[in-house]
Ligand binder design. Sequence first.
Ligand SMILES: [Zn+2]
Length: 99
Amino acid sequence: MSMFRDIICPFCGTHNEITEGALDVDEHGNFDMADPDMEPQRGDPTLCGTCGEWCIFDLVPGGARKPNGAEYFVLGLNPATKLMREAWVRYNAEREAGD
Ligand SMILES: [Zn+2]
């Protein structure tokens, strides 16, 4: 069973009630695929389904913040995050075409 957390997207303000951690971050700051049985941890990234921006779970109001420069750098290099962002772009194009 996947574990979810409530967050408010720091980019678009959407209240995402079933946010799942997309990736886990290790002690070196590298991202790996998230364990679906684990609740997202502080520092794990997730993709906002509404605006497609990467958010980082943290102990802040809303439960997530914008990535810092180092996190954006790692997110940009990771092939898994690239695939997830591409999937969101396709999903969003279909959603906009359906409106
Ligand atoms: Zn958003």
